[in-house]
Design a protein around this ligand. Sequence first.
Ligand SMILES: C[S@@+](CC[C@H](N)C(=O)[O-])C[C@H]1O[C@@H](n2cnc3c(N)ncnc32)[C@H](O)[C@@H]1O
Length: 307
Amino acid sequence: MQNKVFSVLNYIGHKSKIIEQINSHLPTTLNGTFWDMFSGSGVVGLSVDFNNVEFVDNNSHLQHFMQNLSDPTFISITETMLSNYGFTNSSKKPRSEYLKDPNIGTCTWHGKTVSNMHLDSLNKSPYNQLISDYNANKFSGLAKACAYYILTIYGRNSNVSVNKKNNLAGGVGPLDFGPRAKSKVKRYQEIIRTKNVQFSQGDYFNFKPLKDDFVYMDPPYLASSFTYGGWTEDDERRLLNWIDDLPCAWALSNTFTSGTKSNIILQEWAKTKNVVFIQKKYRKWASKGKATAAKKVKKNKEVLILP
Ligand SMILES: C[S@@+](CC[C@H](N)C(=O)[O-])C[C@H]1O[C@@H](n2cnc3c(N)ncnc32)[C@H](O)[C@@H]1O
């Protein structure tokens, strides 16, 4: 795998940490198209060594962003927007300088009142203004894509939600456009420009892969507390039936269990398939804070299911 990418959006549920494990179960050659269904931030389709990749996601804001990300002026338009709205931009000025700002406020850390360690208090008002302008349709084209990018990476948990009216909703978080975020954008741009990619918006159900294609799927998980706007047992059954009718090879990422939640529908269906259990390490923050944080293996049963 030559093109491994780390999610440009820190997208919830992105597959950067397990991409090697997924890739080891994908075909080595392909005559047709590689479909990244439920593509989110596109980590899988951009990382694999296939040239023709179709990315499908039903989030119209996200797909508009992905379609515009490789524009050569994406970074400069983003930085101009950051400056016009008064956001911090630690790719231009060190974070430590921003943290000296008297408006940064205080927080409690290990029982003591100390200066806030995050940039959220400085970015809150620009964030609220930008989300309000976005929902008032003040942007189109590339500017709209840049605004979505900012609202995601500056958002709480690196996320901005889509509500029932298809507007964006959410609050500010602690991160900003730092050097790492900028280099992730550049990496995505390089890879998108070298591949033959298509970013389509819509329900996976309406797409028709052909017999020489390969379909990788990473849907919302029924056994999860985060469902990207909603995923029900009916949605799960509809997907599993659709997979059974596919004319080509495929792979499905999912979880059998997560915490106390268990996906029985999937477990039953998978009895006639090949199931690979994925090992995932994650950082578990201990209640006393960073000093005692340790990497542990999560108890989730995360799987990759193959025909
Ligand atoms: C687990 S995330 C995918 C993460 C992605 N693999 C990555 O690495 O960033 C699931 C995605 O499914 C999308 N989605 C939900 N329902 C969908 C549907 N019916 N058709 C297509 N995409 C859908 C969501 O918008 C979300 O981006």
